[in-house]
Design a protein around this ligand. Structure first.
Ligand code: ADP
Ligand code: MG
Ligand code: MG
Length: 252
């Protein structure tokens, strides 16, 4: 069974410590949400998990099914089954969406076991329909001229096609209107399974009305300071973060 573990993770940007010891365990079948005020290190966590070179991991360990993630390169992480939307380049000219997706799928397969073109196209067309994407999208250059909502849908399409074990989504809801949000959330919900775990990072509770998490964690000043169930997200939406600070004696 899928088991993702973040153990005492510390990370710095340009010598400044941002993550101050993150502990989190995600098992197959679980959806975890991380919420927190702006500037608290949520995106830094996603970037450190992705292996972004700008973020220096100074302490801690991350394992996926017992394998050391922090020792893997970005591509290796993807092959091991870690999906981070941001690891995909924002724009590559001359590469169509469909070419990119097919090579990403094949990069995760053994040589000689590449997906057949027909099977790939059939799968992609099916998923695009689920996401209410315009079929011409397949032939557009990756992310070139995509609107914010189109990029998000495309990230969900990539996730569906790559069939990862652990999915990390950072602010997947930002800039989405309510219809796009519903479609993206349906895409995520359709991918929930016993073999797959999710880490959903969001500033707003709104997304969690559509994707009900099993666990909600509050991040402040580079640490997870409080964990609970979905009711915690509702309380944060209604009352903001001040009560958490007061409860824990956090001064900023
Ligand atoms: P969040 O996603 O919770 O809003 P971030 O992880 O983006 O927070 O940022 C955490 C802290 O790290 C902030 O103080 C931010 O200014 C700083 N930071 C983030 N990215 C960079 C960067 N590339 N260079 C310098 N500082 C950064
Ligand atoms: Mg931010
Ligand atoms: Mg962020």
């Amino acid at each position: 069974a899928t088991h993702f573990k973040i153990d005492g993770l510390k990370a710095a940007i340009e010598g400044k410590e941002i993550l101050k010891g993150i502990n989190l365990e995600i098992k197959g079948g679980e959806v975890h949400a991380i919420m927190g005020p702006n500037g608290t290190g949520k995106s830094t966590l996603a970037s450190a998990l992705m292996g972004h070179p700008k973020y220096e991991v100074t302490e801690g360990a991350v394992t996926l099914d017992g394998e050391e993630v922090l020792e893997m390169g970005v591509d290796e992480r993807a092959r091991a089954g870690l999906f981070l939307a941001m690891q995909y380049p924002s724009e590559i000219s001359g590469v169509t969406n469909s070419d990119f997706l097919r090579s990403a799928i094949n990069a995760r397969r053994e040589e000689g076991k590449e997906i057949s073109l027909i099977k790939f196209i059939r799968q992609m067309e099916g998923k695009m329909k689920e996401l209410e994407m315009n079929p011409e999208f397949a032939h557009r250059y990756l992310n070139e001229g995509f609107s914010g909502g189109e990029k998000k849908r495309n990230e969900i399409l990539q996730m569906m096609m790559l069939d990862p074990k652990i999915v990390v989504l950072d602010e997947i809801d930002s800039g989405l209107d309510i219809d796009a949000l519903r479609i993206v959330a349906n895409g995520v919900n359709a991918m929930r399974s016993e073999e797959r775990g999710f880490l959903i990072i969001t500033h707003y509770q709104r997304l969690l009305n559509y994707i009900t998490p099993d666990f909600v964690h509050v991040m402040m000043q580079g640490r997870i300071v409080k964990s609970g169930g979905p009711e915690l997200a509702e309380r944060l939406e209604n009352e903001g973060y001040d009560w958490v600070k007061e409860e824990l004696g956090i001064v900023d």
